[in-house]
Structures are given as structure tokens and as C-alpha cells.
Design a protein. Sequence first.
Length: 504
Amino acid sequence: MTGNNVVLKMKGITKEFPGVKALQNVDFELRRGEIHALMGENGAGKSTLIKVLTGVEKLEEGEITLNGVNIAARTPQHAQSLGISTVYQEVNLCTNLSVGENIFIGREPIKKGIIDWKEINRRSVDILKEFELNINVTRNLSQYSLAIQQMVAIARAVDISAKVLILDEPTSSLDAKEVEKLFAVMEKLKKKGMGIIFVTHFLDQVYRVADRITVLRNGELVGNYDTKDLPKVKLVGKMIGKEFEGFEENIKEAGSDIKEKNSKPLISIKGLGKSGSIKPFDLSVHEGEVVGLVGLLGSGRTESAKVIFGVDKADGGEIYINDKKATIHSNSDAIGYGMAFCPENRKTEGIIANLTVRENIILALQGKRGLLNYIPMKEQINFAEEYVKLLNISTPSVEQLAGNLSGGNQQKLILARWLLTNPKFLILDEPTRGIDVGSKAEILKLILSLAGKGMSVMFISSELDEVLRCSDRIAILRDSEKITELSGDAMTENAVMQIIAGGN
């Protein structure tokens, strides 16, 4: 295609937040009549790029042109007026209003000084017909399925903007038939000349509808490619920072060489799952064993951890601890069974920034003992000082606010909190994300040390080389489903990448 077919061009986009360079000199180009997939793992910069484009975040460096004209959206509403609309995974509409009201909210047709409801409903019906959606537009949006709500959101976005449509994880909550219907709509809009930016973590869906792919990693542009010229396994390599060097010829059958440190597992998970989150899966972890969970963003790694620990209630399945059935309906139940969980997002799910180091460390133990069984201050201080020393947490005192610590020290602080409960089974979700190399090495060394002392560990990380270095066995997930397990000589980067990309 020639330059005349370019509808949107972003050049040299750079965006910094305090202490973080979220985007570094990123280029992106969208053509008329194409579906362009924006890919990358957590922290790659996808969301920030979209936010800069749509005015949620201010453009600091670089330039954006729409149909050859320089633009800088001040707000999402301003972006819409320029011709750029976004539909998010979580439908951003008013479900207590009618379908017609949602389509025309903020731009209602006026007749003789009052809102023309008849015109709203008539035009809403006509707009939805374009999407082969025949519904009662006077009914509240809440009365319709999530899939229909998604279509209404897209219909509204398209009616507002006829240039660029951004679909941010639009299929995450849809079933297979609903996804196909959405794709049919996308193809129809594409034929009309609309440029569509498709943000998703589902590889199969990218290869189903996308014409081109742009890959970001750690805030930098890896490259943009024609989909037909980029094999899935190459895409996986570019997303996680590992180039694929050729398929392994003789991958061992899953489970053929599983390292069992004891004949019986400490924890056995059978058919555990949650609808819309993670498909039923089986998994066992033996005493002193490190089992790694690997897969791309959205594969179900964190979701698996949450149903095991009782953060999310499973629809079905069973958990056995030392061959005895465990009843886990909440994280308090899990703690009672000797489990511990260090979550992925330490800022929103882990660290309480306005509490001290001491207070953060004793939280889980206090919860385990019960609120009425208060831990004396002297004991709190002794515990805190012991684990600050044990994990080499850099802090002037245990009374320092946790929010003042570096990312690596905050991560170690969460580990200290859970190690104080003396768990039998420790779940670590991205324990090394966003921390310096030295702190990473310390945490990986600690994982191996804990396993060596008999603790069972589930290790989740997007850093494949870390998982391979630490794990006795790995479970591979794809599209919310556990696909297989590998151990021993079968655990290689190329083998894992092949499976993640859809191979056997």
C-alpha cells in the first residue's frame, strides 16, 4: 500500500512516568481498511500507547498524524471528535439506560428544544441493522448479554467515528460464537475502509483476522510485520524476547520424566476451574519441588493461582493436601491449610504503602492467628527485624513506610510477610517483575533455597529463562487452558515456545 492509504501515523512516541520510561521512541502506522494487531506482554507499553493516542495521557515527545494532519488529543472526547474511538474489554456504557440512550448519549438529537426520543430510537435501529443486530432499543442495556453490550459499544463508537476504531481486548469475555460474530463485524468495517487497532493476547484470533502485527516489549518497538510472514512461534519469541532457533525434533511426552522428590504429592489439584477464567485443570506439587507455570498474557497463569488460593471461587474440582480433601472457599481457608500467595501486582494486591515495614510483614501472620489474638509489639518488631535481615531488605528501620521502599525491596517485603506464616506451599506470581537484576538474583536464589528446605513452590513468571532455571517441572498454559507439562531434558526454551504458539 502507498502512503496515501495511511490513516494514522505515530512517530517517535516517548512517555515517562516517575521512575519509569513507559514508551521509548515508538512508531506505529495504521492503514485504511486494515485490522492491525498490537501485541506485547504486561508492561510492553500497549495501553500507554493507546492512552497517548486517545488523550488519556499527554503526548510528551513525538508526533501523531491523522489523515496527514498533526493531532494531539486532549481527552477521549476530543479524540472521538477527531475520529478515533475506543471500545474496552469492560463495556464502558450505562447499563441502567436504554440501548438507544447509550448510542446517542452526549449527542442527542434535539427537536423544538427537547430531546427527540423517536429519532433516537429510529436511528438506533438503523445503526444496529448494520451490525445485523435486531433488538428492542428502548430496553435497558442491562437486559442484554455481554456480547450484545459489546456490539452496542462498537456501534456507538463507529457512529461517532468513521476513521479509527480501537478494540482493546474485546473478546476476553465472549464465547466462540460471539467472537465469530464480532469478527464478522470487524471484517465488514474493514471493507468499508475503517482502520482497526486490535489489542488482544489470543494468538489464534490475531492470525484469524489481523493483516499486520506490531510488537512492543518493555516500552520499545520490536517491529511491525505482515501477519502472513510471521509464524506464531516467531511472534512468541519477539514478545518474550527470545528468538526461536528451530523446533526440537524429539520432545519427550509430557510427564515422562517428572521429578518427584517424594512418592506422594503435597498438593493435588483435580479438575479445578472457573468459568470465563480458567478451564478445569489437574496439577500436583511434591514436597521440595518447584513447579513453574508459563504462558503468554491471558493464558490463565494468575487465574490458576487465584482459584487454588481461594481468591476466586472455583466452579468445580477438588484440592487434596497430603491425600486429604481440602475445603477452600477463601484465602483465609488457604492460609489455614499452610498456603501462601505473593500476588502479581504488588502495589494494588500486596504492599500497603501507608503502613510501615513492620506492619506489612506481620499482616498475614496476624490474619492466620485471628484478629482477637493480637501479636504483641515486641514480638512484631522481632519478627520484622529478623525477616528484614534474612531477606536483606534495604530500609532505615522497620518503622519506615513501605511505600518509600524500592520495587525490589517491596517485593522482598511481600515474601517476608508470607514466609513468616511458615507455609508448606508458596505461590509466587511474577516475583521478579519490575525489579533490578541484583534483587532478581536474590529472589531466585531464595526460591531454590526454600525448596531445598522442603517447601513446595509454584513459580509463575513471564521470564521464561527464570522459570527454566528454577523449576523441576513446568506446566504450559494457552488461552485459559493447561496444555501439557514438561520436565527434565524436555524443558527447553524452543519446546516451550513451540507449545505456546500452538504446536504439540
